[in-house]
Design a protein around this ligand. Structure first.
Ligand code: SF4
Ligand code: SF4
Length: 110
């Protein structure tokens, strides 16, 4: 299995409040309590929850539905869309945004 091509924009870790699965990680402003914004790194990377592990999410929920390559391609597009929407500051009002964020909650890099 190839590595997910995360380009470390941090959009997923900075918006955990948008997905039910990751809302418990919110430090109060939408950003994960374990995210170091200066270094753009997860401070608990080796112990991060399964919802933050794309390979685990794929194995548990998607492996019988699509290839790893297709799964990565879909989620990479979600990354790009989330990054654009975060930049446009429409994040709190867009239902599409929430749908993308839910997908992103599954794909934080392994
Ligand atoms: S998984 Fe996607 S949204 Fe999250 S840091 Fe990587 S590229 Fe950005
Ligand atoms: S990978 Fe998960 S635990 Fe780590 S900073 Fe991102 S959202 Fe938080």
């Amino acid at each position: 299995m190839t590595e997910f091509p995360c380009y470390r924009c941090g959009a997923c870790c900075r918006n955990v409040h948008l997905a039910i699965e990751t809302a418990h990680l919110d430090r109060g402003d939408g950003c994960c309590r374990h995210y170091d914004e200066k270094q753009k790194l997860c401070l608990i990377y080796s112990d991060r929850p399964d919802i933050c592990r794309i390979n685990v999410q794929y194995a548990e929920k998607y492996i019988n539905h699509m290839s790893w390559e297709s799964f990565c391609a879909i989620n990479l597009e979600a990354c790009r869309q989330l990054e654009k929407l975060v930049a446009s500051r429409n994040i709190d009002t867009s239902s599409k945004m929430s749908a993308i964020a839910i997908e992103l909650s599954k794909i934080i890099p392994s």
